[in-house]
Ligand binder design. Sequence first.
Ligand SMILES: [Zn+2]
Length: 476
Amino acid sequence: MEKLLKEITPKSQDYSQWYTDVIKKADMVDYAPVKGFMVMKPYSYRMWEFIQAALDQKFRETGHQNAYFPLLIPEHLLIKEAEHVEGFSAEVAWVTMGGNEVLAERLAVRPTSETVVGAMYSQWIQSYRDLPVLINQWANVLRWEKSTRPFLRTTEFLWQEGHTVHRTAAEAEAETRQQLGIYHEMMENLLAIPVVAGAKSAGERFAGAIETYTLEALMGDGKALQSATSHFLGQNFARAFDIQYLDEDGTLKFGWTTSWGSSTRLIGALIMVHGDDKGLRLPPRVAPIQIVIVPIGRGKDREQVTRYAKLLSEQLSATFRVKLDDRDEFTPGYKFNDWEMRGVPLRIEIGPRDLAQQQVIVARRDTGEKIAVSEASLPDTLANLLDLVQDTLLQQARQYQQENTFAVENYQEMAHHNFKGFFMGDWCGQETCADQLKQETSVTIRCLPFDTELAGTGCIVCGRPGQHRALFARAY
Ligand SMILES: [Zn+2]
């Protein structure tokens, strides 16, 4: 008996339910025994591995090395940087027992690692010759969240966190920008997700940072997702953790530090930016399976077609990530739906007639277009089509972002768009205006985009002269 592939809720009907349906039916996650935690199944974990590989290569090319710091942080270290501890205190989980004994000092499960890294760096750094220190860690962190959604906000998540120390403010600032640039390139080239880059306003900065730079992406429901951040920490953490070096001139100076991170949340962005009512649509560069081959035919034909499909699958596997779906228990129609749900960029259909004509049918997941391709030109055509799908998804996402970015002169105008989309407006720089906006509309300042100018129309909340052009949106 063929299992029924239940339909997913249409995006337009209930976006949140659509998201939940997709991640479950595409076999990406399962809910864990502890509330707020998730199991990343192989299909989504593979996507994370592609993100890791792309970033790791860039980190290495820019002189960074990987290391690993402990999961547990003693309380006295976590509370050393005042703003930092205030920012995280509500989210920290504590270990208070070791075996049967109550611990003399409680240990925090890291919500992020600036404090433990800072404590180690203060021991490792003595001279200006020890600088810069450029280290990245791939790890899990834990933040006790009240409401969670798979990938977007989970109590435990996987990420990378870079921690660097520099001799000058200018060097640290340049590092902060460079790392944001690496994320930016990865988002667009690998995930086909366009972003707006900018600085966070003071109220939205990372706890303890002088500057936080961010990439903001627009999701399919008109909400923003903060996708990666890079922090210029000034000397705040260096002072708190006593990271000092003897400079060339013989004086003792505090180092300048940065930290930067991106997480499995990016997989949530991938789903929400590209998915449609049939399920996922994966950019080929991050797709665990790029091409699925479905043999079609009955009886004697079937045997012959399947034999050919197997051969083709073996040949193409040298170049592409290929899956042969020769399951007997499902009809081709069921298989088409199944692989469309999982977002596989290209599908090859082979029937007896195609076999006779030495051709196959290739269907694109992004556009639904089907074309006949001769056997001889198949490898080249597939390579071109994968590039085309990758580009098309980025172009579509870019167009969606453009069509849903609105310039506003006052915040009431956002209501005309049901508060969905990116809103560009002038802001006076007062946190009171940002707070009022948030309370009344749930809209927040996502960032102060780089390279933008004031429109001169006054703060969208209070009407006083603007200090910054800002990107406003409701956010995940
Ligand atoms: Zn204002």
